[in-house]
Design a binder for this molecule. Sequence first.
Ligand code: PLP
Length: 375
Amino acid sequence: MPDLLNTLRATLLMGPGPSMVAPAVYQAIAKPTIGHLDPVFIGLMDAVQDDLRSLLNTGNTLTLPISGTGSAGMETCFVNLIEQGDRVLILSNGVFGTRMAEVAGRLGAEVDSMDFNWGRPVDTQQVAARLGEKKYDLIGVVHAETSTGVLNPVQQIGELVRENGALYLVDSVTGFGGIPVEIDAWGVDAFYSGTQKCLSCPPGLSPVSFSPRAAEKLQNRKTKVPNWYLDLNLICGYWTGESSGSGGKRAYHHTAPINMNYALYAALREIINEGTEAVFARHLKAHQQLVDGLEDRGLAMLVTPCARLPMLNAVKIPQGVDEAAVRTALLSEHAIEIGAGLGPLAGKIWRIGLMGHTARPENVERLLTALDSVI
Ligand code: PLP
């Protein structure tokens, strides 16, 4: 029987995630596993929370990584903040907005969805008109729509949400670590991300942050959080020693994925050491290099320049090209992964990721050269 691990080969990950993992992150994962209540691990948990607050530009006490991928972060926000009959508005222009509406609906919320064209940003004038007509308990939007490559105007939407009085929920699974996130300045009340995109970690954790308003809503729930594993009242007993009724002592809730937290710690340190401005500039530079190279080859981008994400590039498939064959050849002949389109964009676009450690000129060059030989 062959050892399947020996059949793995290094692939240049240029799809919608996971992205390339930084060497320092791999080294961190390989460190010895220690106990989840070991004082050294508790020190690392505190450091992860501090670094998350610093990179998310927030003073939110309730800021921690949920054990699970980005979808666990999404579920965490909804199960903790939604009760039966709550009025929820989702501003949707891709797969992940649609998923938000699905998750809220399963919790018995009254969900309205404003659907915008896939490939275009949320239209703030239409949102303003809707919010003038109806009050909501929670309004959700995706910052960086991975299914289309669109950057949504989360700051402007935040101003409208504040006037409406709703809690503001933002998904930045793909944005965090590649473009600025300003939780406090944008008035974001609930936020989640994921480790496998611009943080350049393997998938497995989902940083979440709740504002004091969101924490108050959680405390004043009429009903218990309907999911035990993701109940932030209980999780905070472990991560902060609060709400545990144990006088600040950390209480066991579930066994934290120890080595993934080492990885997140190392990944956040990498970004802090490089400097956020330099990290964002590196993403933009790689994006521009890719767009220039694709346009030189006659390929066109799906999204208008002012709404393009640097880390997720949606490229229109030229007529007569077998898109799946190109992806297969890139992977098998060049060990490069790019992504396919989803939903209505399936067969119409490729999704090329420049996330975190992937966003480097040599990777863009390697992909462009490979495309020359397979298209
Ligand atoms: N939200 C967005 C914007 C995403 O891109 C993804 C994953 O690609 C998710 C949520 C779900 O994250 P995961 O697949 O890590 O559960």
